[in-house]
Design a binder for this molecule. Structure first.
Ligand code: SF4
Ligand code: SF4
Ligand code: SF4
Length: 311
């Protein structure tokens, strides 16, 4: 972002937030909660060996052409992109290192869906999966600006470009839900997210959010001292996510941003409500929304610090 654009956003933000803070002493929108059948994934850095089987399985399952790294020598995606819905990155902090899987977090209160004027991005009321329907998309990329995890990507090189992001392999998951031998929810199609099915170490597993929270608690209890803060990332961050992380390193060191406990749409809605109640000019509304986005972008840490993993 250029300094002038940053300055403009700061000025707009200051005015918008001041107005909102003065006019909105109480929140008008209840925080969202995950639906009872919310599906998600649990990723555990301590089990991941960086084999990238999940990356290639994701590309195959989603019919995506493999991406080359910047050298052009390796078929190794270095970050999420228009042909990569799932990537493994390497984060280093002195002698400490960690592989980290990145894909859509399937937020409980998704900023991308909230920013999409045409409802191309929506949260499934039953599974909570945040899915995309390109038939309504006009390519405004507001969803890209709004996502606090830097997940949504755009097909700049296509004549009819679409947004690209993980949809939890919903095209593979069909039929009635039932429990498998280990107590995880599975669907009649027998297929789940490709990344989870190929992982040789159960570093990424699929289930309902409740099952995954219980699995995270089990791993923490069975391995004292192994996990940062003895908790999973995503329980509360940004209003909660359906993809949860267990990590041996501090979350901030593996690109998981500190976003507080409220969803971005929840914050933005509260600001809007305050402005309208105070009869402040619409320009202040845009200023307030701009700062929500600006703060959001500043907190979007995933691409920083991580490296691509060579093949
Ligand atoms: S991580 Fe980004 S793209 Fe995924 S649901 Fe949340 S806001 Fe939307
Ligand atoms: S759930 Fe499917 S689309 Fe999402 S990262 Fe895993 S394999 Fe890729
Ligand atoms: S398949 Fe599993 S172990 Fe291999 S890189 Fe992916 S998450 Fe890590």
């Amino acid at each position: 972002m250029t300094p002038s654009r940053r300055t403009a956003l700061k000025v707009l933000a200051g005015g918008g937030c001041a107005a909102a803070a003065a006019a909105a002493p109480a929140l008008a929108r209840e925080p969202k909660v995950a639906p009872p059948g919310a599906m998600g994934m649990l990723y555990d850095t301590t089990r991941c060996i960086g084999c990238k089987a999940c990356v290639f399985a994701c590309q195959q399952a989603n019919g995506l052409e493999p991406e080359r790294d910047p050298s052009g020598l390796h078929l190794a995606p270095v970050d999420l992109g228009a042909r990569t819905k799932n990537v493994i990155k390497l984060y280093k902090d002195g002698p400490r290192m960690s592989y980290v899987k990145a894909q859509c977090m399937h937020c409980v209160d998704p900023a991308c869906a909230s920013a999409c004027m045409l409802h191309s991005l929506q949260k499934d009321p039953k599974t909570g999966v945040v899915h995309y329907d390109p038939s309504y998309c006009v390519g405004c990329r507001y969803c890209q600006m709004a996502c606090p995890f830097g997940v949504t990507k755009f097909e700049f090189d296509k004549a009819a470009p679409k947004i690209v992001k993980c949809e939890l392999c919903r095209h593979r998951v069909k039929g009635e839900a039932k429990k498998d031998a280990r107590g995880f929810t599975r669907y009649a199609s027998g297929e789940g997210p490709a990344c989870c099915e190929v992982c040789p170490r159960e570093a990424v597993v699929y289930g309902t959010r409740e099952e995954l929270i219980a699995e995270a608690a089990r791993r923490i209890e069975e391995n004292p001292g192994r996990y940062f803060e003895n908790r999973a990332y995503g329980l509360t961050e940004a209003g909660g996510t359906q993809v949860l992380y267990l990590s041996h390193l501090p979350f901030g060191l593996i690109g998981l941003p500190d976003l507080g406990g409220r969803g971005v749409p929840h914050v933005a809605y509260s600001i809007q409500e305050g402005i309208y109640r105070g009869f402040v000019a619409p320009v202040a509304l845009y200023g307030a929304l701009a700062v929500a986005m600006w703060r959001n972008r500043r907190g979007a840490a995933p691409p920083a610090g991580g490296e691509g993993v060579p093949s």
